[in-house]
Design a protein around this ligand. Structure first.
Ligand SMILES: *Cc1c(COP(=O)(O)O)cnc(C)c1O
Length: 371
Protein backbone atom coordinates (compact mmCIF):
# COMPACT_ATOMS: atom_id res chain seq x y z
CA UNK A 1 0.00 0.00 0.00
CA UNK A 2 2.95 2.32 0.70
CA UNK A 3 6.69 2.33 -0.14
CA UNK A 4 8.35 4.18 2.70
CA UNK A 5 11.77 2.68 1.97
CA UNK A 6 11.75 3.80 -1.66
CA UNK A 7 10.70 7.24 -0.49
CA UNK A 8 13.50 7.33 2.10
CA UNK A 9 16.20 6.42 -0.43
CA UNK A 10 15.53 9.65 -2.35
CA UNK A 11 16.07 11.86 0.72
CA UNK A 12 18.49 9.59 2.53
CA UNK A 13 21.45 11.96 2.82
CA UNK A 14 19.37 14.81 4.19
CA UNK A 15 17.44 12.60 6.61
CA UNK A 16 20.56 10.86 7.88
CA UNK A 17 22.26 14.21 8.45
CA UNK A 18 19.20 15.55 10.28
CA UNK A 19 19.13 12.52 12.59
CA UNK A 20 22.85 12.79 13.27
CA UNK A 21 22.50 16.50 14.04
CA UNK A 22 19.89 15.79 16.71
CA UNK A 23 21.93 13.00 18.27
CA UNK A 24 24.99 15.27 18.39
CA UNK A 25 22.92 18.00 20.05
CA UNK A 26 21.38 15.52 22.55
CA UNK A 27 18.36 17.88 22.70
CA UNK A 28 16.00 14.93 22.29
CA UNK A 29 13.00 16.59 23.91
CA UNK A 30 11.87 20.10 22.95
CA UNK A 31 14.98 20.66 20.86
CA UNK A 32 15.17 23.55 18.43
CA UNK A 33 14.10 21.38 15.46
CA UNK A 34 10.67 21.03 17.07
CA UNK A 35 10.16 24.81 17.11
CA UNK A 36 11.53 25.21 13.59
CA UNK A 37 9.21 22.47 12.35
CA UNK A 38 6.21 24.12 14.02
CA UNK A 39 7.03 27.43 12.33
CA UNK A 40 7.58 25.80 8.95
CA UNK A 41 4.32 23.89 9.21
CA UNK A 42 2.47 27.12 10.11
CA UNK A 43 3.99 28.77 7.04
CA UNK A 44 2.88 25.85 4.86
CA UNK A 45 -0.69 25.62 6.17
CA UNK A 46 -1.26 29.29 6.94
CA UNK A 47 -2.26 28.35 10.50
CA UNK A 48 -1.70 31.08 13.06
CA UNK A 49 -0.12 28.59 15.45
CA UNK A 50 1.09 25.00 15.23
CA UNK A 51 1.75 22.92 18.34
CA UNK A 52 3.45 19.57 17.83
CA UNK A 53 2.49 16.61 20.00
CA UNK A 54 2.98 12.87 20.38
CA UNK A 55 0.41 11.57 17.88
CA UNK A 56 -2.85 12.40 16.11
CA UNK A 57 -5.03 10.75 18.76
CA UNK A 58 -3.49 12.87 21.52
CA UNK A 59 -3.99 15.92 19.31
CA UNK A 60 -7.75 15.26 19.23
CA UNK A 61 -7.82 14.67 22.99
CA UNK A 62 -5.88 17.84 23.75
CA UNK A 63 -8.13 19.86 21.43
CA UNK A 64 -11.14 18.80 23.48
CA UNK A 65 -9.32 19.45 26.77
CA UNK A 66 -8.28 22.90 25.59
CA UNK A 67 -11.84 23.80 24.63
CA UNK A 68 -13.00 22.58 28.08
CA UNK A 69 -15.63 20.26 26.74
CA UNK A 70 -16.95 18.54 29.87
CA UNK A 71 -18.06 15.00 30.77
CA UNK A 72 -21.65 14.56 29.66
CA UNK A 73 -21.33 17.12 26.86
CA UNK A 74 -22.12 15.89 23.38
CA UNK A 75 -19.64 15.90 20.50
CA UNK A 76 -20.76 15.12 16.96
CA UNK A 77 -18.67 13.13 14.49
CA UNK A 78 -19.26 10.48 11.80
CA UNK A 79 -19.41 6.68 11.99
CA UNK A 80 -17.11 6.37 8.95
CA UNK A 81 -13.66 7.32 10.25
CA UNK A 82 -10.66 5.89 12.06
CA UNK A 83 -11.38 4.92 15.67
CA UNK A 84 -9.35 7.77 17.25
CA UNK A 85 -12.01 10.33 16.49
CA UNK A 86 -14.67 8.70 18.67
CA UNK A 87 -12.24 7.10 21.12
CA UNK A 88 -11.09 10.36 22.69
CA UNK A 89 -14.66 11.66 22.99
CA UNK A 90 -15.58 8.55 24.98
CA UNK A 91 -12.34 8.52 27.01
CA UNK A 92 -12.98 12.07 28.22
CA UNK A 93 -16.46 11.05 29.36
CA UNK A 94 -18.30 12.98 26.67
CA UNK A 95 -21.09 11.54 24.61
CA UNK A 96 -20.37 10.91 20.92
CA UNK A 97 -23.29 11.70 18.63
CA UNK A 98 -22.97 10.38 15.12
CA UNK A 99 -24.16 11.78 11.83
CA UNK A 100 -24.07 9.86 8.55
CA UNK A 101 -21.71 10.62 5.68
CA UNK A 102 -22.24 11.47 2.01
CA UNK A 103 -21.90 8.52 -0.35
CA UNK A 104 -19.72 10.40 -2.84
CA UNK A 105 -17.28 12.27 -0.61
CA UNK A 106 -17.28 9.81 2.36
CA UNK A 107 -17.43 12.92 4.59
CA UNK A 108 -19.91 14.28 7.15
CA UNK A 109 -23.24 15.13 5.52
CA UNK A 110 -23.95 18.76 6.51
CA UNK A 111 -27.62 18.36 5.54
CA UNK A 112 -28.15 15.81 8.34
CA UNK A 113 -26.22 17.78 10.95
CA UNK A 114 -28.92 20.18 12.12
CA UNK A 115 -31.22 17.41 13.30
CA UNK A 116 -28.52 15.86 15.49
CA UNK A 117 -27.65 19.00 17.48
CA UNK A 118 -29.23 19.23 20.96
CA UNK A 119 -28.99 21.57 23.97
CA UNK A 120 -26.06 19.50 25.31
CA UNK A 121 -24.02 19.57 22.11
CA UNK A 122 -20.70 21.42 22.45
CA UNK A 123 -18.63 20.55 19.41
CA UNK A 124 -18.56 19.11 15.89
CA UNK A 125 -15.61 17.04 14.66
CA UNK A 126 -15.62 16.82 10.86
CA UNK A 127 -13.03 14.39 9.48
CA UNK A 128 -11.36 15.18 6.15
CA UNK A 129 -11.39 11.57 5.04
CA UNK A 130 -9.00 10.03 2.49
CA UNK A 131 -7.46 13.41 1.56
CA UNK A 132 -10.43 15.61 0.77
CA UNK A 133 -12.04 18.33 2.93
CA UNK A 134 -15.45 17.87 4.49
CA UNK A 135 -17.91 20.58 3.42
CA UNK A 136 -16.71 23.09 6.01
CA UNK A 137 -18.73 26.18 5.08
CA UNK A 138 -22.20 24.82 6.00
CA UNK A 139 -20.66 23.07 9.02
CA UNK A 140 -19.10 26.33 10.25
CA UNK A 141 -22.39 28.17 9.67
CA UNK A 142 -24.36 25.68 11.75
CA UNK A 143 -21.69 25.74 14.46
CA UNK A 144 -21.88 29.55 14.62
CA UNK A 145 -25.66 29.45 14.75
CA UNK A 146 -25.63 27.04 17.73
CA UNK A 147 -22.46 28.32 19.44
CA UNK A 148 -20.53 25.09 18.89
CA UNK A 149 -16.79 24.50 18.58
CA UNK A 150 -15.42 22.89 15.44
CA UNK A 151 -12.42 20.56 15.69
CA UNK A 152 -11.16 19.35 12.30
CA UNK A 153 -9.63 15.88 12.27
CA UNK A 154 -7.11 16.52 9.55
CA UNK A 155 -5.00 13.37 9.94
CA UNK A 156 -5.64 12.40 6.31
CA UNK A 157 -5.79 15.68 4.38
CA UNK A 158 -2.83 17.85 5.36
CA UNK A 159 -2.28 20.35 2.55
CA UNK A 160 -5.74 20.02 0.98
CA UNK A 161 -7.34 23.36 0.08
CA UNK A 162 -10.94 24.20 0.97
CA UNK A 163 -12.69 26.61 -1.40
CA UNK A 164 -15.26 28.97 0.15
CA UNK A 165 -18.18 30.30 -1.85
CA UNK A 166 -16.60 33.79 -1.91
CA UNK A 167 -13.64 32.33 -3.80
CA UNK A 168 -11.17 32.38 -0.91
CA UNK A 169 -9.32 29.22 0.11
CA UNK A 170 -7.92 27.88 3.35
CA UNK A 171 -5.95 24.76 4.10
CA UNK A 172 -7.66 21.84 5.83
CA UNK A 173 -7.18 22.01 9.58
CA UNK A 174 -7.06 25.80 9.77
CA UNK A 175 -10.77 26.57 9.41
CA UNK A 176 -12.33 25.40 12.70
CA UNK A 177 -11.40 26.47 16.26
CA UNK A 178 -8.72 23.77 16.31
CA UNK A 179 -7.37 21.39 13.67
CA UNK A 180 -5.47 18.22 14.45
CA UNK A 181 -3.18 16.02 12.39
CA UNK A 182 -1.08 12.88 12.58
CA UNK A 183 2.43 12.09 11.37
CA UNK A 184 1.93 8.31 11.57
CA UNK A 185 4.47 6.92 9.06
CA UNK A 186 1.92 6.11 6.36
CA UNK A 187 0.17 9.49 6.49
CA UNK A 188 0.88 11.98 3.67
CA UNK A 189 3.40 13.74 5.91
CA UNK A 190 4.73 10.74 7.82
CA UNK A 191 7.43 10.62 10.48
CA UNK A 192 9.64 7.62 11.27
CA UNK A 193 7.55 6.87 14.33
CA UNK A 194 4.58 8.53 16.02
CA UNK A 195 3.85 12.25 15.85
CA UNK A 196 1.01 14.73 15.65
CA UNK A 197 0.12 18.41 15.77
CA UNK A 198 -2.64 20.90 16.51
CA UNK A 199 -3.44 24.06 14.57
CA UNK A 200 -5.28 27.13 15.76
CA UNK A 201 -5.56 30.79 14.87
CA UNK A 202 -6.39 31.73 18.48
CA UNK A 203 -3.28 32.77 20.39
CA UNK A 204 -4.74 32.15 23.84
CA UNK A 205 -5.80 28.69 22.83
CA UNK A 206 -2.36 28.04 21.31
CA UNK A 207 -0.67 28.92 24.60
CA UNK A 208 -3.03 26.66 26.51
CA UNK A 209 -2.46 23.78 24.08
CA UNK A 210 1.33 24.20 24.35
CA UNK A 211 0.95 23.89 28.12
CA UNK A 212 -1.50 20.95 27.96
CA UNK A 213 0.82 18.75 25.88
CA UNK A 214 3.56 19.35 28.45
CA UNK A 215 1.80 18.48 31.76
CA UNK A 216 -0.15 21.74 31.84
CA UNK A 217 3.03 23.67 32.54
CA UNK A 218 3.56 27.25 31.39
CA UNK A 219 6.50 28.22 33.56
CA UNK A 220 8.82 25.40 34.57
CA UNK A 221 7.37 23.45 37.52
CA UNK A 222 4.30 25.71 37.80
CA UNK A 223 1.15 23.95 36.58
CA UNK A 224 -1.83 25.92 35.35
CA UNK A 225 -3.80 22.97 33.95
CA UNK A 226 -4.05 19.21 34.39
CA UNK A 227 -2.20 18.21 31.25
CA UNK A 228 -0.68 15.18 29.60
CA UNK A 229 2.77 14.19 28.36
CA UNK A 230 2.53 14.31 24.59
CA UNK A 231 5.49 15.84 22.80
CA UNK A 232 6.97 15.37 19.35
CA UNK A 233 10.49 13.93 19.61
CA UNK A 234 13.18 16.23 18.25
CA UNK A 235 14.37 13.37 16.04
CA UNK A 236 10.93 13.14 14.44
CA UNK A 237 10.74 16.91 14.01
CA UNK A 238 14.12 16.93 12.24
CA UNK A 239 12.96 14.17 9.87
CA UNK A 240 9.61 15.89 9.29
CA UNK A 241 11.37 19.14 8.35
CA UNK A 242 13.09 17.31 5.52
CA UNK A 243 9.84 15.67 4.42
CA UNK A 244 7.74 18.85 4.66
CA UNK A 245 9.89 20.35 1.89
CA UNK A 246 8.89 17.39 -0.29
CA UNK A 247 5.18 17.51 0.56
CA UNK A 248 3.99 19.46 -2.51
CA UNK A 249 5.90 17.03 -4.75
CA UNK A 250 4.49 14.08 -2.79
CA UNK A 251 0.96 15.39 -3.33
CA UNK A 252 1.61 15.80 -7.03
CA UNK A 253 2.83 12.21 -7.29
CA UNK A 254 -0.31 10.99 -5.52
CA UNK A 255 -2.57 13.12 -7.72
CA UNK A 256 -0.89 11.83 -10.87
CA UNK A 257 -1.31 8.23 -9.73
CA UNK A 258 -4.98 8.97 -9.02
CA UNK A 259 -5.47 10.39 -12.53
CA UNK A 260 -3.88 7.30 -14.01
CA UNK A 261 -6.30 5.08 -12.09
CA UNK A 262 -9.24 7.32 -13.07
CA UNK A 263 -8.51 6.95 -16.75
CA UNK A 264 -7.78 3.25 -16.57
CA UNK A 265 -11.08 2.60 -14.79
CA UNK A 266 -13.27 4.86 -16.90
CA UNK A 267 -16.01 2.86 -18.52
CA UNK A 268 -15.94 -0.02 -16.04
CA UNK A 269 -19.61 -0.48 -15.19
CA UNK A 270 -19.95 -1.09 -11.48
CA UNK A 271 -16.70 0.63 -10.50
CA UNK A 272 -17.04 4.13 -9.05
CA UNK A 273 -13.85 6.15 -8.97
CA UNK A 274 -13.44 8.53 -6.00
CA UNK A 275 -15.68 11.57 -6.41
CA UNK A 276 -13.99 15.00 -6.33
CA UNK A 277 -15.84 17.60 -4.28
CA UNK A 278 -16.18 20.99 -6.00
CA UNK A 279 -15.09 22.77 -2.80
CA UNK A 280 -11.88 20.86 -2.07
CA UNK A 281 -8.64 19.74 -3.64
CA UNK A 282 -7.75 16.08 -3.06
CA UNK A 283 -4.37 14.99 -1.67
CA UNK A 284 -5.20 11.28 -1.99
CA UNK A 285 -4.24 9.85 1.33
CA UNK A 286 -6.24 6.95 -0.09
CA UNK A 287 -7.56 6.16 -3.56
CA UNK A 288 -10.84 4.51 -2.67
CA UNK A 289 -13.16 2.96 -5.21
CA UNK A 290 -16.70 1.68 -4.69
CA UNK A 291 -17.87 -1.56 -6.26
CA UNK A 292 -21.05 -3.60 -5.73
CA UNK A 293 -21.04 -5.37 -2.36
CA UNK A 294 -20.85 -8.84 -3.88
CA UNK A 295 -17.81 -7.87 -5.98
CA UNK A 296 -15.74 -6.16 -3.26
CA UNK A 297 -14.17 -9.12 -1.45
CA UNK A 298 -13.69 -11.18 -4.63
CA UNK A 299 -11.87 -8.19 -6.21
CA UNK A 300 -9.68 -7.88 -3.12
CA UNK A 301 -8.83 -11.59 -3.30
CA UNK A 302 -8.23 -11.43 -7.05
CA UNK A 303 -5.75 -8.60 -6.53
CA UNK A 304 -4.07 -10.40 -3.63
CA UNK A 305 -3.60 -13.38 -5.96
CA UNK A 306 -1.67 -11.06 -8.29
CA UNK A 307 0.41 -9.75 -5.36
CA UNK A 308 -1.42 -6.41 -5.36
CA UNK A 309 -2.33 -5.19 -1.85
CA UNK A 310 -5.63 -3.44 -1.22
CA UNK A 311 -7.39 -2.45 1.99
CA UNK A 312 -10.89 -1.88 3.28
CA UNK A 313 -11.07 1.44 5.13
CA UNK A 314 -13.28 0.86 7.08
CA UNK A 315 -14.93 -2.56 7.30
CA UNK A 316 -17.16 -1.87 10.33
CA UNK A 317 -18.68 1.58 10.96
CA UNK A 318 -18.04 2.92 14.45
CA UNK A 319 -21.64 2.55 15.65
CA UNK A 320 -21.45 -1.21 15.07
CA UNK A 321 -18.19 -1.71 16.98
CA UNK A 322 -18.38 -3.75 20.23
CA UNK A 323 -16.63 -1.14 22.33
CA UNK A 324 -19.25 1.45 21.40
CA UNK A 325 -22.38 -0.70 21.73
CA UNK A 326 -23.46 1.30 24.79
CA UNK A 327 -24.03 4.39 22.62
CA UNK A 328 -27.30 2.72 21.74
CA UNK A 329 -27.00 2.81 17.98
CA UNK A 330 -27.80 -0.20 15.84
CA UNK A 331 -27.74 -1.57 12.31
CA UNK A 332 -29.70 0.64 9.97
CA UNK A 333 -29.03 3.88 11.87
CA UNK A 334 -26.39 5.13 9.41
CA UNK A 335 -27.28 3.50 6.10
CA UNK A 336 -24.69 5.32 3.98
CA UNK A 337 -21.76 4.45 6.26
CA UNK A 338 -23.01 0.87 6.47
CA UNK A 339 -23.27 0.55 2.69
CA UNK A 340 -19.86 2.14 2.14
CA UNK A 341 -18.22 -0.28 4.58
CA UNK A 342 -19.35 -3.09 2.28
CA UNK A 343 -18.46 -1.41 -1.01
CA UNK A 344 -15.17 0.46 -0.55
CA UNK A 345 -11.72 -0.72 -1.52
CA UNK A 346 -8.54 1.34 -1.30
CA UNK A 347 -5.84 0.62 -3.87
CA UNK A 348 -2.10 1.14 -3.49
CA UNK A 349 -1.50 4.91 -3.23
CA UNK A 350 1.84 6.47 -2.41
CA UNK A 351 4.59 8.67 -3.74
CA UNK A 352 6.71 5.98 -5.36
CA UNK A 353 4.21 4.32 -7.71
CA UNK A 354 5.80 4.16 -11.17
CA UNK A 355 4.16 3.74 -14.58
CA UNK A 356 4.90 0.02 -14.64
CA UNK A 357 3.28 -0.63 -11.26
CA UNK A 358 0.26 1.53 -12.07
CA UNK A 359 -0.26 -0.21 -15.44
CA UNK A 360 -0.01 -3.62 -13.79
CA UNK A 361 -2.53 -2.73 -11.05
CA UNK A 362 -4.93 -1.12 -13.52
CA UNK A 363 -4.72 -4.08 -15.92
CA UNK A 364 -5.52 -6.54 -13.14
CA UNK A 365 -8.49 -4.50 -11.94
CA UNK A 366 -9.80 -4.38 -15.51
CA UNK A 367 -9.16 -8.12 -15.92
CA UNK A 368 -11.33 -8.79 -12.85
CA UNK A 369 -14.18 -6.99 -14.62
CA UNK A 370 -13.39 -9.10 -17.73
CA UNK A 371 -12.07 -6.13 -19.71
C1 LIG B 1 -4.39 8.30 11.67
C2 LIG B 1 -5.61 8.96 12.14
C3 LIG B 1 -5.76 9.44 13.45
C4 LIG B 1 -4.81 9.15 14.56
O1 LIG B 1 -3.50 9.38 14.39
P1 LIG B 1 -2.37 8.67 15.26
O2 LIG B 1 -1.20 9.52 15.04
O3 LIG B 1 -2.21 7.29 14.72
O4 LIG B 1 -2.81 8.67 16.68
C5 LIG B 1 -6.91 10.14 13.78
N1 LIG B 1 -7.88 10.34 12.88
C6 LIG B 1 -7.80 9.88 11.62
C7 LIG B 1 -8.92 10.15 10.68
C8 LIG B 1 -6.67 9.15 11.21
O5 LIG B 1 -6.61 8.69 9.96
Amino acid sequence: MVDLHGQYLKIRTEVDEAIQRVIDSTAFIKGKEVFLFQDELSAYTGAGHTIACGNGTDALQVAMMALEIKPGDEVITTPFTFISTIEVIKLLGMKPLLVDVEKGSFNMDPLLLRDVITERTKAIVPVHLFGQCAHMEPIMELAAEHGLFVIEDNAQAIGADYLFSDGSTRKAGTIGNVGTTSFFPSKNLGAYGDGGALFTNDQGLAEKISALVNHGMKQRYYYDYVGINSRLDTLQAAILRVKLKQLPAYHLARQQAALFYDEAFSGIAGLNIPERSPYSTHVFHQYTIRVPREARDPLKEWLAGKKIPSMVYYPVPLHLQHAYADLGYGAGDFPVAEKLSQEVLSLPMHTELDAEQLSYIAAEVRAFFKL
